[in-house]
Design a protein around this ligand. Sequence first.
Ligand code: HEM
Length: 549
Amino acid sequence: MMREFLLTLLAAAAAHLVYRKLEPRRLLLHVILLLMAPLSLTPLLTPHFSSVVQAALAVWSIYLTSLVVCTVLYRLSPLHPLAKYPGPLICKVSKLWFGLVAYGGKQHIYYNELHRRYGDIVRIGPNELSFCTPDVIPSMMGAGGMPKAAFWDGQFPEQKTCRSLVGLRDPQEHARRRRIWSRGFTPEALRSYQPILDKRIGQLLDHLTARAGTTIDLAKWISWFSFDLMNDMAFGDKIELMKNEDSKGIWDLMEIAHRTALVMAHLPWLSQLAVEIPFANRNIKRFREFSRQRAMKRYKEGSASRDIFYHLIDEGGLEAARPAIEQVANDASLVIVAGSDTISPTLASLFYLIISNPVTYSRLQGEVDDRRVDINDVAALAQLPYLNAVINETMRVIPPVLSGSTRSPLIGSGGCAVGSHYIPEGTTAVVHTYTLHRDARNFSPFPESFIPERWLTADRQVALEPEVFKARGHVVHNLAAFIPFSYGPADCIGKRLAMQEMRAVACAVLRRFSLRFADGYDKATWEGDMCDHFVIKKPKLPVVLTLRQ
Ligand code: HEM
């Protein structure tokens, strides 16, 4: 019996090695390693049991227990390549815990607490490190740094042959595809989108005007606006969330899908299994299928104007071959998600923060009301110092992608140096944006507070907020630690479009309305009820708008 027991232990140890080295993702391999391998040992134990079933159950439980014990011991042992990094025991043992935290929507707070407790580098998973210092950003995310991590395999398990740009892990393929995308974000392309933006801003103002004097959920309206705008750019069809007040619940579907997608991203092996199971991850599948169908339609019909889709589909004929329909479908839904679910939390937070800070509000209002400023002139808005300070400060305090984007050494590279640290192959690394932005070593004084003046020149800072800024020795403003749009060759390709859009919407709304919170609104709920689902899930923002004379 002892011999058979030891043999089962050895088989489990071998399975642990296979899991560690190959990180198998296919269902068949899991079935072989977790079911067929142990069951094949059953005949050895059958003579010691009264039935084959009992022997099979015994061998299976010994095998699985040994596999779990081997895995846990290795992850906690000094042999593990990340053994020297501090972190909670539960995170070192399994990523399942982090998946659970992510499901609760508060992973950004958890990361932040871990950094406060364990320092600048924390082991947040068996093979995962979180950093919160700016010095590692260039070597991690800059040119020659690390490509995207397995996080994206978990986000897009169904995109096996053709993945959307944001999830491409092969740096060469990423660079090739990014070249196609970049044609949609040249200064000329951005200018050509202005009529689409103006039309949608006009509609937003009309809808809000019709509801002036009543309580509205401003966050919802901004979400619908940003979706309609990006939908124009990507599909050009008539979804019209503003007009229909999202009667089909498309925005909610997208938000629910994000939550599951984030959990899956933390657990790529589980994601690969879930994609095979028809009823699992239903919302993600529904949302992506909905986008795919519309992209296919648009692909067949072609473009009426030079929107983003025009460039993605290469209607200018600049590529050797027309992009595959699957590629375009995946990228088109990325336009909607990346373009709307980032802009909308930023704008909603901006309005929340200025209503909460009346002095900031009146300074911004003063700048926007200056009649010499043509709010339809994109270049002029880019020059407004206070407006830009308010937008930057909003993204500093509440970064729209709260926890940043992960990187991992190129497969086969043997690892990568990040600052003075060696990141072994198979490790995921992240710079935690929320923690970085709120660190007193990067932004002082009062790193947790919303103070747009910190983005102004030293003279203006002292003139406007002498109490805060006159002790110059305490002022820190480290731009290298400001990464709302990420960093390097895979940073946000839409950042200029985003800034153009946010400036235009903020000015248009502030010129037309004065804003106040609805009676009884508890301000603490904005950040308190906000969820990090990679992008932000916003709570309600009950606001009353009054038409200005
Ligand atoms: C406030 C607004 C926005 C913020 C804060 C933001 C932030 C980000 C971040 C953090 C990433 C991840 C980059 C990485 O993996 O390192 C990203 C990627 C991306 N964003 Fe944005 N984004 C915004 C608006 C937009 C807009 C308007 C578009 C237009 C469609 C857009 C399109 C993309 C695309 C396509 C990627 C993938 C880029 C790549 O992998 O090469 N984003 N964005």
